[in-house]
Design a binder for this molecule. Sequence first.
Ligand SMILES: Cc1cc2nc3c(=O)[nH]c(=O)nc-3n(C[C@H](O)[C@H](O)[C@H](O)COP(=O)(O)OP(=O)(O)OC[C@H]3O[C@@H](n4cnc5c(N)ncnc54)[C@H](O)[C@@H]3O)c2cc1C
Length: 398
Amino acid sequence: MQTANRSRHDVVVVGGRVAGSATAMLLARLGHDVVVVDQASFPSDTVSTHSIARSGMVQLRRWSLLDPVLDSGAPAIRQVTFNAAGASVTRTIKDKAGVDLLVAPRRYVLDTLLAAAAERAGADVRPGVTVTDVQRDGRGRVVGVQGHDHTGAPVELGARWVIGADGLRSRVARSVGAAINQGGPAGGAAQYAYYAGIPWSGFEFFVAERSFAGVFPTHDEQACIWVLNPTTDARAVHRRAGSRVEAFGQLLERSAPPLAERLRQARRTSPVQGMLRQPNQVRQAFGPGWALVGDAGYYRDATTAYGISDAFRDAELLAVALDQALRGAVEEPTALASYQQQRDRALAEIFEITCRLAAYPPVPAFIELQKQLSAAIDRQAAALAARPIPAQRLLATA
Ligand SMILES: Cc1cc2nc3c(=O)[nH]c(=O)nc-3n(C[C@H](O)[C@H](O)[C@H](O)COP(=O)(O)OP(=O)(O)OC[C@H]3O[C@@H](n4cnc5c(N)ncnc54)[C@H](O)[C@@H]3O)c2cc1C
């Protein structure tokens, strides 16, 4: 078989969205030779709503990416309204950990900005490349990946480290046989669509029995309208309704009647999308020559809307650990074990809250968990804000 594209690098990152491009950007800023491959090309969308929590905002700010995100037209969110049990409370976003606003940029914008930032830092970003397997040496260490480009031409990339940032159904995780070390029940459904034509005043949340719904204002004066339920409820409504759009409307009507009423004046600009039976799982994060980051390593129900922020946190933990290993400053197993340990410690509290929220306890318990979530996010944001910024000297002189 002819191998058209064959090269060797410090790091090959499989998957170029929030986890992959962020990790590649940081490693490239730290001076390493990095290639990012993604079967998709950019700009392109992925199935996800896209609110970024305070901790994720801290990362964007520390990495000098917050201004580009705001300049892209993602509206600065300065207030959050929480509706539950007939009451409505609106709060201004407090200035904590250097962040006084939130954003919900469309993924085709955010992911493209991150891939461009990785490229600017010196990473070689190759869209349209699908990885089909990892390559190993005689001792079983992962030493590269193989696959094909969009024309079907074979691609082989050798690397000291292969990073799987290829999402929930990670090919890298399956190829290396990464074990699932922790799992929770898979039960939650998340569905969303975009609406235009009416004003949006900030993030809005609506809690009702067995449902959580809301509004994330985004680009082009549109908003992402979402509703989360147990999958059994979503399926039952869908069966009765006949169409996904009709079912989405009925779920919103049940979960957030005032929002459903307002949406009668709005225009739906997208199909309804989403995911049923979202898993909750933590995978082994590394092995000889490989590591996982983002959804590939850790997946949680969308009820906490925290996957992007998780990915940004873990991208930095992994980049710093790999940098130490690549420079020989720390033994490989020690550096990577430290990545896994830090990741698992950092994710534990919100993972537990997510699993409990995804079980849809009665409304008062759901609200209490939301309060715990908010405090946990603030703690994580403060911890991230206190870390040294990778390659900061380089950034300052760029
Ligand atoms: C319905 C829903 C709503 C959500 N809402 C939010 C929210 O509001 N806020 C939030 O923070 N998080 C949210 N999340 C979670 C968030 O979407 C994920 O955590 C995040 O996308 C993870 O990013 P990632 O880079 O790890 O993986 P992904 O975004 O899945 O990217 C993986 C990339 O890998 C590529 N890839 C896969 N396999 C291969 C291969 N074999 N070869 C080459 N490339 C490959 C894919 O093309 C893709 O581009 C939501 C998720 C869902 C499902």
